[in-house]
Design a protein around this ligand. Structure first.
Ligand code: SF4
Ligand code: SF4
Length: 409
């Protein structure tokens, strides 16, 4: 992908990655529209490890390039990763050695890059069908009809890949659907989901990435055979007002997404699935709504609120993309963008700033500058200590997961 989303080099962007270990190349595989298999999102790790439509998925998993990518995580060079774009690097979210599960520690201790297990998380990103045409993504809607060859091929692919990965019924597998369109707008994905009998595969889990507009009570009922397999739902919303929503989610209506979100939040409150996240892709059109967005969806009971910079998917001209890169210090609204990021709600432990984090730090630095000593301390306590508690809270959550896993609670 032609990504001219480079950020201004903030003072501390070059993080020391030694001693931190990204799990993605050891656990995840993304199967993309271009036929390539990746061990991470190709927006920040562009090298593919093989062609999933031509080669056996389990062979691709240990291809020479996959091995070299893993080696670069173990040696700390991260030479394949775009360190500016990666939200895990910029968001300081990569775990330290002590936070890792035993299996991952073993890989690192033995410098093991050929893995004896297949990927645990596989993302289906090979159907672009979607009910929206967001300007960041495409100029018009796309949908493969049930009588098209594309529908037949893509639906078949879903079944074949899943069958191959589930040869061992005890395999733990999470299918993430989708990063290329919408799981409920795509007939290939939706019919695949409706056809699976989840009771036969208790270790098969689903994570949905959706714009949420079709996730209604009726759609939920259609998925009844996999209700116990659904673990995560991620909803991309990108706005907190109907005016902005109509622009950034072209073709969608804010009243519909809010109604659906109330339904999805109720499912979450009733523990029908484990984690509800909302996403906000930051761009010039919506940056002023960042704090309000966090407040609305924290109040609604979402587990996490994720922010990230808009990526150049090639749907805009270079000039249009530059006009949306609000984080570029030459952008006329850059200083206002930084001041918006000073809002204290962004220190909430359920807010994840990803590659926006360096700009939040800058916002706090600016807020503290030229303040009387007492005011500086006030800002210090409301930001730095809150951040420390947030990190502690996140570590406790990881510890809780480990204990649950250990005792299979
Ligand atoms: S780009 Fe980021 S998420 Fe991807 S493998 Fe590298 S560190 Fe991990
Ligand atoms: S909802 Fe997602 S996949 Fe659909 S057009 Fe918008 S950005 Fe693209």
């Amino acid at each position: 992908m032609n990504n001219h989303a480079s950020s201004p080099a903030l003072p501390d962007f070059e993080l020391n990655l030694k001693g931190r270990y990204c799990l993605h190349p050891f656990r995840s595989m993304e199967l993309h529209l271009d036929g390539g298999a990746y061990v991470c999102c190709p927006s920040w790790l562009k090298t593919n490890i093989g062609e999933f439509k031509k080669e056996d998925i389990r062979e691709i998993w240990n291809s020479p390039i996959a091995q070299d990518i893993r080696a670069s995580i173990i040696d700390g060079s991260y030479k394949y990763c775009d360190k500016i774009a990666c939200p895990f690097i910029q968001g300081e979210a990569l775990p330290f050695y002590g936070d890792l599960e035993p299996k991952m520690k073993k890989y690192i201790d033995n410098k093991q890059v050929v893995l004896d297990t297949s990927p645990e998380n596989v993302m289906f990103t090979f159907d672009a069908s979607c009910n929206l045409s967001c300007p960041t993504c495409r100029s018009e809607k796309l949908s493969y009809t049930i009588d098209s060859n594309e529908y037949k091929d893509l639906n078949k692919l879903c079944h074949e890949i899943t069958a191959s990965l589930l040869k061992d019924p005890n395999t733990d597998l999470t299918l993430n659907i989708t990063g290329s369109g919408d799981p409920f707008s795509s007939l290939a994905f939706r019919h695949f989901l409706e056809s699976i009998d989840g009771t036969k595969y208790p270790n098969l889990k689903f994570r949905f990435q959706t714009n949420g507009l079709l996730l209604t009570p009726i759609m939920w009922e259609r998925l009844s055979k996999i209700h116990n397999n659904i673990e995560h739902i991620y909803v991309s919303i990108d706005a907190s007002t109907s005016e902005t929503y109509a622009i950034v989610r072209r073709g969608g209506h804010f009243s519909v997404i809010m109604e659906n979100m109330r339904f999805i939040c109720k499912l979450r409150a009733d523990k029908k699935f484990k984690h509800l996240k909302v996403n906000f892709v930051v761009q010039q059109k919506n940056y002023k709504e960042i704090p309000q967005f966090a407040k609305i969806f924290l109040d609604m009971g979402c587990d996490s609120i994720d922010f990230s910079k808009v990526i150049d998917w090639g749907s805009w001209s270079k000039e249009e993309f530059a006009a949306n890169c609000i984080w570029d210090e030459n952008h006329p609204d850059y200083n206002h963008f930084i001041s918006v990021l000073a809002d204290p709600i962004l220190s909430h432990w359920n807010v994840y700033l990803g590659n926006i984090l360096p700009y939040r730090k800058l916002a706090i630095q600016r807020q503290m500058a030229n303040q009387p000593l007492l005011q500086k301390y006030k800002i210090f306590f409301s930001y730095y200590l809150r951040t420390k508690f947030t990190n502690l809270f996140k570590k406790l959550r990881v510890l809780k997961k480990k204990i649950i896993h250990l005792f299979k609670l």
